[in-house]
Write a protein that binds this ligand. Structure first.
Ligand code: HQG
Length: 177
């Protein structure tokens, strides 16, 4: 296996533990999602240096390391309180999805589904990438300025993903691609 594939594979295992299923390999997350770096490395059967390498090289900066601990920057399905401050969003944000979800999305708005928040991208390019995970991407533009004016809260993760509880359908439109 090429080194890059090995790193991606370890990154996915780290995401699984730090976002979704810590109990499957052992280390418990604290209330804010942090786990001791050595505990995580041991549980995954790799060295601490190897974990740090994956953190540093990660294409999307998915992990944060602080004071000997590590957590996922976003994307959790297990209950954690990331304690991110409310932030003022750019006027427009984007969401990448696929056409089969559109009827539901245009009726109900964007919902967080299994995650804690709806994930929004700052650029169309990133949204295209997010949507492409599921098929031919469709990009929705979110009127974040109007939402903020209506009292919706936005937060931005350490790796630049915009998070909000839900996006009502009236603040969504299909972005020409
Ligand atoms: C869709 C990856 C039906 C939504 C990415 C999406 C991102 C609805 C799917 C991050 C809906 C949820 C998050 C509704 C939303 N009815 N479908 N009302 N509302 N959906 O994976 O945004 O590589 O939980 O369009 O890059 O795709 O893991 O969210 O298709 O940043 O770091 O329901 O995950 O990052 O899927 O992706 P997800 P997402 P990582």
């Amino acid at each position: 296996m090429r080194e890059k594939e090995r790193a991606v594979r370890l990154s996915k295992r780290m995401s699984k533990v730090l976002r979704h299923a810590p109990e499957e390999v052992g280390p418990a997350l604290d209330a804010a999602g942090w786990v001791d770096l050595d505990d995580l490395a041991r549980a995954l059967g790799v060295t601490r240096a190897r974990v740090l390498e994956v953190v540093a090289d990660n294409d999307k900066q998915r992990f944060a390391v602080e004071g000997g601990r590590i957590r996922a920057n976003q994307g959790h399905t297990v209950p954690v309180a990331l304690d991110l401050p409310v932030a003022e969003p750019p006027a427009e944000l984007y969401h990448g999805t696929v056409s089969r979800f559109l009827p539901d999305i245009l009726r109900d708005g964007l919902r967080p589904m299994a995650r804690h928040d709806v994930h929004l991208s700052a650029t169309v390019e990133t949204a295209v990438r997010v949507g492409s995970r599921r098929g031919r991407p469709v990009v929705l533009a979110v009127d974040a300025a109007a939402m903020a004016a209506d009292g919706h809260e936005f937060r931005v993760s350490a790796n630049g993903v915009w998070l909000t509880a839900a996006v009502p359908p009236n603040h969504l439109r299909e972005h020409a691609s």
